[in-house]
Design a protein around this ligand. Structure first.
Ligand code: ADP
Ligand code: MG
Length: 326
């Protein structure tokens, strides 16, 4: 990928939900089995993500927050640039430049925890702290030093709704991890880790709640190195089903035209003309067969063999749906 593409593809620190996304993804990378997200005032006041993952050694704490972007911040323009162009692999450093930031961690196997604070990009010394094995990141007063960005933040409820949506979509991607989400001191979501197929179904139903179709069909198909699993909704007159469309490629949520088209075709062809089907589907394929860096922020992907993927999806769904008529 050339540089222009990398920049275009860069995640943007647009709002509190973008911070939550980066932090939860770091926690997942660290092998967490439980992730707690605490939010105050829609994330405008506080975003805290705590995990039980592998942790960070004391000596590594300054490095984790000190990407080159941070040290180059010398002016208001620099802040604007970081805030608007985003992370590009320097998530912690970028958010630490535009908030009151703290990283506390205890490495697996260690008796001691340590903490580093960064205030608007100014790094403080590492200090001893108390923390169970794992890592907590706190991001307070996001954009407090970038008024031009701060003013684009929406009402508390709106920002929290974005965070809730994001945590939902991550919780559907990683049913094997427990998630907790709290807002202003109250628990909002609490999802246990799902160890087997039945528990996975429970997780999906719990996460989607009202959005989950009253009747759904289990999908489980494999061919030509592609594997599709999950659930598709069968329509019932009683509910609107427009929103609950989750499609994951190798664990990453995507919105893709090839996928959408294949799903629509399968439904339209079998029975549900004009309806927006609800679904939670997981496609697994060889990572070499898909480019996920086309536009990460927009959830775009590019399949190497679009036709093959399209036809596989269409046939898998068509076959399953057709059975419901028999
Ligand atoms: P990236 O994830 O692209 O490496 P980040 O700025 O998100 O960049 O994180 C910097 C580094 O800090 C990571 O590479 C990882 O080593 C460490 N790190 C961040 N969050 C965690 C976490 N929750 N647990 C363990 N290590 C972490
Ligand atoms: Mg990261």
């Amino acid at each position: 990928i050339d540089l222009v593409n990398q920049i275009a593809a860069g995640e943007v620190i647009e709002r509190p939900a973008s911070v939550v996304k980066e932090l939860v993804e770091n926690s997942l990378d660290a092998g967490a089995t439980r992730i707690e997200v605490e939010i105050e005032q829609g994330g405008l006041r506080l975003i805290r993500v705590r995990d039980d993952g592998g942790g960070i050694a004391a000596a590594q704490l300054p490095l984790a927050v000190a990407a080159h972007a941070t040290s180059k911040i010398a002016s208001f323009d620099d802040l604007e640039r970081v805030a608007s162009m985003g992370f590009r692999g320097e998530a912690l450093a970028s958010m630490a430049a535009v908030s009151r930031f703290a990283l506390t961690s205890r490495e697996a196997g260690s008796e001691e925890a340590f903490r580093i604070e960064v205030d608007g990009g100014r790094m403080q010394p590492v200090r001893p702290a108390r923390h169970p094995p794992g890592t907590s990141v706190e991001v307070r007063d996001l954009f407090y030093n970038v008024p031009a960005r701060r003013k684009f933040l929406r009402a508390e409820r709106t920002e929290f709704a974005h965070i809730d949506d994001l945590v939902k979509s991550l919780a559907l991607a990683r049913a094997d991890v427990a998630f907790h989400l709290g807002h202003n001191g109250k628990p909002v979501r609490l999802w246990k880790a799902a160890a087997d197929e039945a528990a996975l179904f429970e997780r999906v139903a719990a996460v989607l709640g009202e959005e989950f179709p009253a009747q759904s069909l289990r999908i489980e198909q494999a061919a030509a190195g592609l594997r599709l699993s999950g659930w598709v909704g069968l329509p019932s007159a009683a509910r609107g089903q427009a929103d609950a469309q989750y499609f994951y490629v190798n664990g990453r949520r995507v919105r893709d035209r090839v996928v959408t088209h294949a799903v629509r075709q399968a439904y339209a062809d079998v029975l549900f003309h004009g309806r927006q089907p609800a679904f939670v589907l997981y496609l697994e394929l060889d990572p070499a067969g898909v480019d996920v860096n086309v536009h990460p922020a927009k959830h775009e992907v590019r399949f190497r063999e679009q036709r093959l993927v399209h036809d596989f999806l269409f046939r898998s769904l068509h076959e399953a749906l057709a059975q419901t008529r028999a």
